[in-house]
Write a protein that binds this ligand. Structure first.
Ligand code: UDX
Length: 437
């Protein structure tokens, strides 16, 4: 099929490449010329495992082309809108500027009977509003909402082998036509047995924010238990293992530590609350305020713990922070708990050196006053305290004996419960972690 993808960020770039991999002819459009140039050369404009290889393959076959000119999408039968919906600068709600602009620009370029598919995460009610607008301008065109659940670090595999496909469509014949178009796009995935749920617009929009709210709640639940463990002298990692064996609970997303960050979970739960309040249903998701508060308290707790192990003498103390990305296998520092803690310690007067295998450039752009070190051993040298704040594999595999020869003080704070406490204490380190004695 002829497909277009509008917006080539984490979501759109991966979606465009993946749809080309499925055999479609894809044109991707973005306003950012540097991003388009990188993609045209078969290079991912951000770090995402497997994406460079996929881009090289699909640009090589000619199935994926990219452009800054929206007019280039005119031949497509199905258009995916993948632009960002960040948090508004003046509040908690989502900023829909890019989505609104993409839709109003796109209607000018639609072929007869084209299907426009929203993938961006939007406040419930947006799809119906856009469908009404489109119907007025282009009654022949159709709108569907097809939320995306990909995780950074696993984006390619999540797109080519998703847990489920969700279509939000209009009632009646229009909905059936839109469903058939999406079935055509995803034919290979459906043939592989990927479950497909067809719903109305509001349900499809809510699926996305409900899923992210559930995940955020699960993380904050275990982090609340970490607070209890700290107060009562328990061990949250053991507790998570024990409750995780209950199949109804499950062990995944029960890793206590610094909490969630990134471009999705924090802003999505805030936007969901804001939208629920507009709808008069704010009480139903008021608990998400608590989920957010538990999450940010973990960062403050980590700073307090660092101050404590430094004996209160933070001024000029050498602190090494391992990890700047919001999670491993990503160079994304949006709302990164690790970078936030590093910046707070620097504000308190510590000399903070940050290491990350991929995220240093993005971190430096956001927090230019911190010291950055690309060499791990150089980053460890002379540290009065070592903080492991993103659980990259290479930090999990650090040899505590070797690391101990580099630092000034063998004090490690495990912000992700990612290290072997027994191995580090056996090597003479003072080991402290969130939610554990
Ligand atoms: C999330 C959703 O998982 C995905 O389905 C959606 O499409 C986009 O938002 P992502 O932002 O890539 O994906 O990250 P995710 O893997 O969900 O992790 C989010 C944050 O939670 C990270 O900061 C991570 O470190 C943290 N986390 C995750 C925990 O603190 N504990 C856990 O047990 C799991």
């Amino acid at each position: 099929m002829q497909i277009s993808v509008i917006g080539l960020g984490y979501l759109g770039a991966v979606h465009a490449a993946s749809m080309a991999k499925l055999g479609h002819d894809v044109v991707g459009v973005d306003v950012d010329a540097d991003r388009v140039d990188a993609l045209a050369a078969g290079k991912a404009p951000f770090f995402e495992p497997g994406l460079d290889e996929l881009l090289t393959e699909v640009t090589g076959t000619g199935r994926l082309t990219v452009s800054t000119d929206l007019a280039d999408v005119a031949a497509a039968q199905v258009h995916f809108v993948c632009v960002g919906t960040p948090q508004r600068t003046d509040g908690q709600a989502a900023d829909l500027t890019a989505v609104d602009a993409a839709f109003s620009d796109l209607v000018e370029h639609l072929a007869h009977g084209a299907v426009v598919v929203g993938k961006s995460t939007v406040p419930v009610g947006t799809a119906q509003r856009l469908a009404d607008q489109m119907a007025a301008a282009r009654p022949d065109a159709l709108l569907a909402w097809n939320p995306e659940f990909l995780r950074e670090g696993f984006a390619v595999q999540d797109t080519l082998r998703p847990d489920r496909l969700v279509y939000g469509v209009a009632d009646g014949a229009a909905g059936e036509r839109a469903t058939a178009a999406l079935d055509g796009v995803y034919a290979a995935l459906l043939a592989d047995g990927v479950p497909r749920i067809v719903a109305d617009y509001p349900t499809a929009e809510l699926v996305k924010v409900a899923a992210n709210s559930f995940l955020a709640t699960k993380i904050s639940f275990i982090n609340a238990m970490a607070e209890l463990c700290e107060a009562a002298g328990g061990d949250v990692a053991r507790l998570a293992d024990a409750i995780g064996y209950d199949a109804r609970i499950g062990r995944r997303f029960l890793n206590a530590g610094l909490g969630f960050g990134g471009g999705c979970l924090p802003k999505d739960i805030r936007a969901f609350r804001a939208r629920a309040e507009e709808l008069g249903a704010g009480d139903a998701v008021a608990f998400l305020g608590e989920v957010d508060a538990i999450n940010t308290r973990r960062r403050a707790r980590m700073v307090d713990l660092a101050v404590e192990v430094l004996g209160g003498m933070v001024e000029s103390a050498e602190v090494t922070v391992l990890g700047a990305a919001f999670k491993p296998d990503s160079d994304d520092v949006r709302d990164s708990p690790a970078l936030d803690v590093a910046a707070r310690l620097a504000e308190l007067g510590a000399v903070v050196t940050v290491h990350d295998p991929q995220a240093i450039d993005n971190a430096r752009a956001k927090q230019p006053h911190l010291h950055y070190e690309r060499d791990l051993e150089a980053a460890l040298a002379g540290a009065d305290a070592l903080l492991v704040l993103t659980e990259w594999e290479q930090y999990r595999e650090l040899d505590p004996e070797r690391a101990g020869t580099l630092v000034a003080q063998r004090t490690v704070l495990d912000g992700r419960n990612a290290l072997s406490r027994s191995a580090w204490t056996a090597a003479g380190w003072q080991y402290r972690a969130l939610g554990r004695r």
